[in-house]
Design a protein around this ligand. Structure first.
Ligand SMILES: NC(=O)C1=CN([C@@H]2O[C@H](COP(=O)(O)OP(=O)(O)OC[C@H]3O[C@@H](n4cnc5c(N)ncnc54)[C@H](O)[C@@H]3O)[C@@H](O)[C@H]2O)C=CC1
Ligand SMILES: O=C(CO)COP(=O)(O)O
Length: 296
């Protein structure tokens, strides 16, 4: 994104308004970076986001769907985006929660991989629904951990539960994950992506691959920062913000976000596809992130 933005610097007017349709995020050494923030910072413009249950070929066929515009402060601009995108078959609603909307569009892709594993293992609809529900709960918790301003209500908009459902039923991540599980994890995602997606790329696979390293490198930073404002809330596992990384246990993260991290472990071959249910069935130890009601 930075490379693309750099090419635009100096070529656009100051009063330009931007909107990002990119479902993903950059993971930098200093922490996660939302694409809308990156665009705002690089180009010095306000940037909203448009996310929702919007598999492209269905929209191209003008089948009815909904979408969500996430905005920061300026409702008037959000209303303009709504007016611009709204059609008789594409219904757009504004939500003042840019990070929440963008994180929904990002994190649902990880849950979709989990749903694909369930399909590949032929475990049925109840199991898939369970993974979707547990995944949604972890999406919300993880989003709020990153941005405490994220609203619960955002997860009930098109960008939230609706996008999660469509992606887990008909998306590309689900499709490749199904094939991955059918092959017992023996064929890589890169290989399956090249073979099955006809030039399309998996969504946020990179983020997924980096999830664990992101946690290792950054959770202390995030936790310490937030710890100052919300005492007692941000303790994962035996990580104690005051004591630094001493006593840090990756298993604490698994206990707090079993589904998101199990998907990661399966993708990199550390766990077999079947682990998706073995770990997800453990009740997440939300007490580990303390003040659990604030997240879940
Ligand atoms: N296809 C869909 O149903 C939907 C897609 N989106 C979003 O729209 C965006 C585009 O999606 P698609 O067209 O389906 O994806 P795609 O996989 O067909 O195309 C993505 C393109 O981005 C290029 N790319 C990747 N990294 C790059 C980089 N660092 N610099 C320059 N180019 C790079 C890839 O080579 C590829 O050509 C994605 O961000 C996706 O999250 C959102 C909603 C629905
Ligand atoms: O974001 C999407 C649907 O809203 C596209 O989903 P997939 O990337 O899973 O195909």
């Amino acid at each position: 994104m930075e490379g693309i933005c750099k090419r635009l610097v100096g070529k656009i007017r100051d009063d330009v308004e931007a909107i990002s349709l990119i479902k993903g995020m950059e993971v930098k050494r200093e922490g996660p970076c939302m694409i809308s923030s990156l665009i705002s910072e690089q180009l010095g413009v306000n940037c909203c986001v448009l996310m929702g249950a919007n598999i492209a070929n269905e929209i191209a066929m003008e089948k009815f769907s909904e979408a969500t515009v996430g905005y920061r402060k300026d409702k008037e601009t959000a209303e303009k985006w709504v007016q611009l995108f709204n059609t008789s078959y594409f219904m757009v609603s504004p939500v003042q929660d840019v990070e929440g909307v963008e994180l929904c569009g990002t994190l649902k892709n990880i849950v979709a991989i989990g749903a694909g594993f369930v399909d590949g293992l032929e475990m049925g609809n109840n199991t898939k629904a369970a993974i979707m529900r547990i995944g949604l709960r972890e999406m919300k918790a993880f989003s709020k951990l990153l941005f405490p301003s994220v609203k619960d209500s955002t997860f009930f908009e098109s960008c939230g539960v609706a996008d999660l459902i469509t992606t887990c039923l008909g998306g590309r991540n689900r499709k490749c994950a199904e094939a991955f599980a059918r092959n017992g994890g023996k064929r890589s995602f890169d290989e399956l992506e090249a073979e099955m997606l006809q030039g399309q790329k998996l969504q946020v696979y990179i983020f997924n691959r980096l999830l664990l390293s992101f946690w290792m490198k950054n959770c202390l930073v995030i936790l310490s920062r937030e710890y100052k404002t919300e005492p007692g809330i941000f303790c994962v596992g035996r990580l104690d913000c005051k004591r630094g990384l001493r006593g840090f246990e990756p298993s604490g993260m698994v206990r707090a976000f079993p589904t998101l991290l199990t998907v990661h472990e399966i993708c990199i071959g550390r766990l077999p596809p079947m682990a998706i249910v073995e770990y997800s069935e453990h009740t997440p130890k939300f007490s580990l992130v303390g003040g659990s009601a604030q997240f879940f």
